[in-house]
Design a protein around this ligand. Structure first.
Ligand SMILES: [Zn+2]
Length: 94
């Protein structure tokens, strides 16, 4: 799954396309997975790039992990999932 998309990233705050890349972290695993050693080889990873908006000055991660993956109970606890959802302003899938 290519989450980088083929288009230029867009600012989540002002919809500007004038974003500058601050840092490309490459492919990273989701936080809170607490994998066992035998699961390391099959860990799902996702692109994570940090951008700076030249119009509203917001610094943001522009690559989005699908909510059903972000909040699945096998990779993150339901309690923590709800906390993340509240923090991010999203609703976890039920
Ligand atoms: Zn902006």
């Amino acid at each position: 799954m290519d989450l980088r998309g083929s288009n230029q990233p867009v600012c989540a705050f002002c919809d500007s396309k004038r974003l500058g890349l601050v840092m490309d972290f490459g492919e990273v695993g989701l936080a809170g997975a607490f994998l066992k050693p035998e699961q390391f080889a099959t860990e799902r990873t996702f692109p994570m790039r940090l951008h700076f908006c030249k119009d509203c000055y917001a610094v943001q991660v522009t690559d989005k992990v699908p909510a059903d993956v972000m909040f699945e109970t096998t990779s993150i606890s339901p309690r923590r999932s709800a906390l993340c959802a509240t923090t991010l302003g999203n609703t976890p899938p039920r």
